[in-house]
Ligand binder design. Structure first.
Ligand SMILES: O=C(O)CC1=CCC(=O)O1
Length: 270
């Protein structure tokens, strides 16, 4: 079974084999989702590069973990996973809070990171007030109470109008996350600020955003890209906060092109 227990936490993951000549990419999911959000991207990249997807703690089939949630806990898990699989260097692709976890891993263990792909992520997301209000609502009324609002920022009006089955499935994914895991991750996002460390990122970085992202809008993601020396900034048209579900072709093309541009020997095969 695709589970590993490290640092007292059991993490659910999936390894997708790819050519050993390419660096592995690790995909990190966002708040209220599990690793299935990457399915359509991983299917398109299959065979090109090794990939690892995992449910970050508190989500999917991974453990919730104890105590108050912090980005450091998520970084601990990712760091331990990289060691567990024996990767010497990886490309990290994180969505939203997943992009914060990627920034945190780079800040702690930069030698492990060849490049960063930060999708709909920022150095700081939301305000303490907005997160405290969300936490209070879900503590009182459950994730159901915020689901309609969250789905509005996740997906465009076009997705809502034309992809009813996927919308319903994503709603199930959101509302079925464990409440303590969801709340812990809200706390982690609330307390995270990578403004200073973003300025010190010294690996190739691609910042991507959906043009209709209502959570980390294009201007915010652009401001992250502006902080990171040499970062590339790309907008995906017709996407909200989760381009890997809404526009997997466009996201995959950006990932493929970015990875092919990396200077390392591992990618020299083209
Ligand atoms: O669910 C949301 O509101 C969007 C989001 C913020 C951080 C994250 O990971 O997702």
């Amino acid at each position: 079974m695709p589970f590993v227990s490290i640092g007292g936490i059991t993490l659910h993951h999936r390894v997708i084999e790819g050519t050993a000549a390419a660096r592995p990419i690790i995909f990190i999911n966002s708040l209220g989702t599990d690793f299935r959000i990457w399915d359509d991207v991983v299917a398109r990249l299959a065979g090109e590069m090794p990939m690892l997807v995992y449910d970050k703690r508190g989500h999917g089939l991974s453990d919730i973990g104890g105590g108050v949630g912090s980005i450091d806990d998520h970084v601990d898990d990712l760091s331990a996973l990289i060691d567990h699989f024996g990767f010497d260097k990886v490309v990290l692709c994180g969505l939203s809070v997943g992009g914060m976890v990627a920034q945190g891993l780079y800040a702690r263990r930069p030698e492990l990171v060849e490049a960063l792909i930060l999708s709909d992520a920022a150095h700081k997301i939301g305000t303490a007030e907005s997160w405290n209000s969300r936490i209070a609502t879900v503590e009182r009324d459950g994730i159901e109470a915020i689901a309609a609002g969250v789905l509005k920022v996740w997906f465009t009006p076009d997705f809502h109008a034309n992809r009813a089955a996927e919308l319903a499935g994503c709603r199930n994914m959101l509302t079925r996350q464990a409440l303590p895991g969801y709340i812990g991750t809200c706390m982690a996002v609330r307390d995270a600020d990578f403004t200073d460390s973003a300025r010190r990122i010294a690996v190739p970085t691609l910042c991507i955003v959906g043009d209709q992202d209502g959570s980390t809008p294009p201007d915010l993601v652009r401001s992250l890209a502006d902080l990171i020396p040499g970062a590339r900034f790309e907008v995906i048209r017709g996407a909200g906060h989760i381009p890997c579900i809404e526009q997997p072709d466009a996201l995959t093309a950006l990932i493929r092109d970015f990875v092919a541009s990396l200077p390392s020997e591992k990618h020299a095969h083209g």
